[in-house]
Design a protein around this ligand. Sequence first.
Ligand code: HEC
Length: 119
Amino acid sequence: MKKFVVPSAASAARAAMARATATRASAVLACLLASVFAGVPASAGEEKVQIVAAPGVEQVRANCIACHSLDYIQMNSPFLDRKGWEAAITKMEKAFAAPIKAEDKEAMLNYLSTNYGKK
Ligand code: HEC
């Protein structure tokens, strides 16, 4: 009887360790993937993301690609209506000191809410 105790405890420990290793491995993998994806737009050097060609697109290109990829616009289109986009542009200016041209704002807002506005 006694000799079964040790192996089963050991195998429980092994199983626990296997679980811990698997968790760690997937956490590491998630980190790696995140850094790989985060690195793509930054290291690409030129803008690869295609956004809709429509009035206002030039203003958006001119004001919005200095710091991050235009996929930020695509990613947020399910969530932002015109007010939301206005707040996003204000946040870029206030929080990140984006040099956004005042005269371009109206065109950008029209563009963003028409082409990337929350439906
Ligand atoms: C001065 C740099 C800069 C400029 C220029 C800039 N952004 Fe950003 N933007 C940021 C930073 C920094 C973040 C947040 C950090 C991150 O997640 O990478 C961000 C995040 C975003 C996000 C994600 C949501 C959020 O609020 O964090 C959206 C949408 C966005 N920017 C849209 C725009 C648009 C539209 C323009 C042009 C009008 C623009 N950005 C111009 C720096 C900038």
